[in-house]
Design a protein around this ligand. Sequence first.
Ligand code: PRP
Length: 168
Amino acid sequence: MKLLLSEKQIQQKVKALARKISKDFSGQEVLLIGVLKGAFIFMADLARKMNAPVKMDFVRLASYGSETQSCGRIKFTKDLETPLRGKDVLIVEDIIDTGITLNYLYQRFKARRPRSLKVVALLDKTDRRKVDFQPDYVGFQIENHFVVGYGLDWAEKYRNLCAIYILK
Ligand code: PRP
C-alpha cells in the first residue's frame, strides 16, 4: 500500500470543509445523510467539526447489472427514517467515481421536496465520470487509483485506517 493522503491532510481538509459548510448554512439546522458504508467515518468527523446544528440519517444502496453500463440499476436497501420536506439537506459521500450513485440519490431526494439539497464528497475521481454530476463541496480530486482507508474498503477490510492509501 502507498500513502495517498495522511491523517493530518485529511483532518485539515475535513475541518476546512466543516467551516465552509457551517458558514454557508449560516446557523440553520442541517440534515446530514451518510451513504453507507464508506461515508460513516468522514461523516462522523465532519459532523463533530461543524458549528451548525446537525441531525443525521443514513441510506444504503445496492447496484445491479454491469459496471460498464451507465444505466446500472440501483435500489435502496436501507432508506431514510427522516422525511426531507422543507429541510436543509447535505448528502455526505466518501468518494464519487462514475457519479451514478449520487446522480440517482440526488434525483430521488429532490423529489421529496427538501428546502435545499447539497452534496459533499471527500474524494472525487473526475476522470471516471459516466454521468454528469458536480458535488457542491469536494475534499480532494484524485486520479484513478484504487484507494482504501478512512471508510473505504477492499473486500470490507481497511475501512478503519486513519489515512488513505493506494492499493497496489
Ligand atoms: C462507493 C462510494 C459511493 C459509490 C461511488 O460505495 O461510497 O457510494 O461507490 O461510486 P459511483 O460514483 O461509481 O456510483 P461502494 O459501492 O463501494 O459501497 P461501500 O460504501 O459500502 O463500500
